[in-house]
Design a protein around this ligand. Structure first.
Ligand code: UDP
Length: 491
């Protein structure tokens, strides 16, 4: 069999956090549906998630291998079982220093290099697609003479902004933490403040993360290229900037969430859902189009009781129907429900509001016609899922790339309004008052401004859906990438 005929074999190395694992598994399923052989390398406690994510593909007779490596939690001084980023931010970790936990988590992650290389020795893949948080993966791939592709899990706008800030350090020119500075060499006169950046909150404690991010950037520069969960047309200016000005090779192949076509796929994404999809759909079916606001803050954010209560009051004041997802850890953190829900709230909201305590079938909910807006923490997956479902957004960033994504939504695409977060506060978020919540929810749900945003995001939604169809830009990019990897192997 010629090497052109042999099935191309890709190793996928997802980072152990839901915001990274979910799109990586979508991506692996997508590659396999195009005839690629895929092996997922993960750690024991993440196997159930990975196994569940590939069920559908396997039921179609396509096979994805899972290879398991030990996660050295105890070896680096982490409690047993701290194998996902969620564990670090859950109630279990209460009272422990998050910065210390994270540092150990990344130390353990670095120790995975040896075991991964051993598997590469045995499995001889043709390509390694590894998350950004495995910067050593570029060296590993080089050892085996194969390309390493980086998956950041964010979009072009955030990639460009982060890189321009890294290169030009404009924050150093601001006279105070709250003075705005413009990001140089980035199209669009985009401004931030130091308060919205990593390092503001924890000072020296963040130094290790800053160092890690720099290593990530270096490994990106020496890698074969970058796979981006985005759509060329959606972020054209920034996709061009990333490629032509910042000089990266990049393949936008998203939205990856669109590989989940039917109801079951959309529900089977991520963790076990805390509400039956039928109950959820029945509730939504009883509502008018665009009449419900959906609120969810991803898999890591963990608001304090005072913020949850304020949010409830703001929502009530807005008069809008809602589905509000509250991380289960938040409710069990708080001894009494009353600690985080205003007195009598659920009784008053009966029929008008639905609180999901735990994991929600987000993509399914967003796709429903009754959802008229999305209050989001601006994780990239959620942001792109909101665009794909054509929902205008209220942006409520906490940390990471979320402040960048907020700017894309509110200032570049103009499909959302900010709730008014002033500063980066990892995990708990900046405190937002009820009036700001009421006002921003009303702005995305009612009136001519909401209509204008809705019609814009509808166009973007159609645009990104077309991209994954036969001949669309993401489809073509994926085909081109696969062909390039095959051709490369043949020489
Ligand atoms: N998600 C979900 N149900 C939930 C919370 C999150 O399905 O209750 C999914 C969401 O659809 C998205 C991912 O989890 O795909 C969260 O990723 P994102 O980048 O938005 O945020 P992160 O969790 O990384 O902060």
């Amino acid at each position: 069999m010629g090497s052109e005929d042999r099935q191309l074999h890709i190793f996928f190395l997802p980072f152990m956090a839901h915001g990274h694992m979910i799109p990586t598994m979508d991506m692996a399923n997508l590659f396999v549906s195009r005839g690629i052989k895929a092996t997922i390398v993960t750690t024991p406690l993440n196997v159930p998630f990975v196994a569940k994510s590939i069920q559908k593909t396997e039921s179609l007779g396509l096979k994805i291998d899972i290879k398991v490596i030990n996660f050295p939690a105890v070896e680096v001084g982490l409690p047993e079982g701290y194998e996902t980023a969620d564990a670090m931010t859950s109630s279990k970790a209460q009272g422990m220093d998050m910065a210390v936990l994270l540092k150990k988590f990344f130390t353990a992650t670095a120790l995975l290099q040896g075991p991964v290389e051993k598997l590469m020795q045995e499995g001889r893949p043709d390509c390694l697609i590894a998350d950004m948080f495995f910067p050593w993966a570029t060296d590993s791939a080089t050892k085996f003479g194969i390309p390493r592709l980086v998956f950041h899990g964010t979009g072009f706008f955030a990639l460009c902004t982060a890189e321009c800030i890294r290169l030009y350090e404009p924050q150093k020119t601001a006279s105070s933490d709250s003075e705005s500075f413009v990001v140089p060499n980035l199209p669009g006169d985009i401004t931030f403040t130091r308060k919205q950046m990593l390092g503001h909150q924890n000072g020296d404690d963040d130094d290790d993360i800053v160092k890690l991010i720099n290593t990530v950037k270096e490994s990106e520069l020496t890698s074969y290229g970058v796979i981006v969960n985005s759509v060329y047309e959606l972020e054209q200016t920034y996709a061009d900037h990333y490629r032509k000005v910042l000089g990266r090779r990049a393949w936008p192949i998203g939205p990856l969430s669109l590989c989940n076509r039917d109801m079951e796929d959309k529900v089977q994404r991520g963790k076990e859902v805390a509400i039956s999809e039928h109950e959820c759909m029945k509730w939504l079916d009883s509502k008018k189009p665009n009449s419900v606001i959906y609120l969810c803050f991803g898999s890591i954010a963990n608001f304090k009781a005072s913020q949850l209560k304020e949010l409830a009051l703001g929502l009530e004041a807005s008069g809008q129907s809602f589905i509000w997802v509250v991380r289960k850890d938040q409710s069990i953190n708080q001894k009494e429900e009353e600690d985080w829900l205003p007195e009598g709230f659920e009784n008053r909201m009966e029929g008008k509001g639905l609180i999901i305590r735990g994991w929600a079938p987000q993509v399914l909910i967003l796709d429903h016609y009754a959802i008229g807006g999305f209050v989001t923490h601006c994780g990239w997956n959620s942001t792109l899922e909101g665009i794909t479902a054509a929902k205008p957004m209220v942006t409520w960033p906490l940390s990471a790339d979320q402040f960048y994504n907020e700017k894309l939504v509110t200032e570049v695409l103009k499909i959302g309004v900010p709730v008014g977060v002033k500063q980066w506060v990892r995990l708990y978020g900046d405190f937002i008052e009820r009036e700001a919540i009421e006002k921003s929810v009303t702005r995305v749900m009612l009136g001519s401004e909401a209509e204008a945003m809705r019609s814009r995001v509808k166009e973007y939604g159609e645009m990104v859906r077309k991209a994954v169809e036969e001949g669309g830009s993401s489809d073509s990019n994926l085909k081109a990438l696969i062909q390039e990897l095959k051709d490369r192997r043949a020489v």
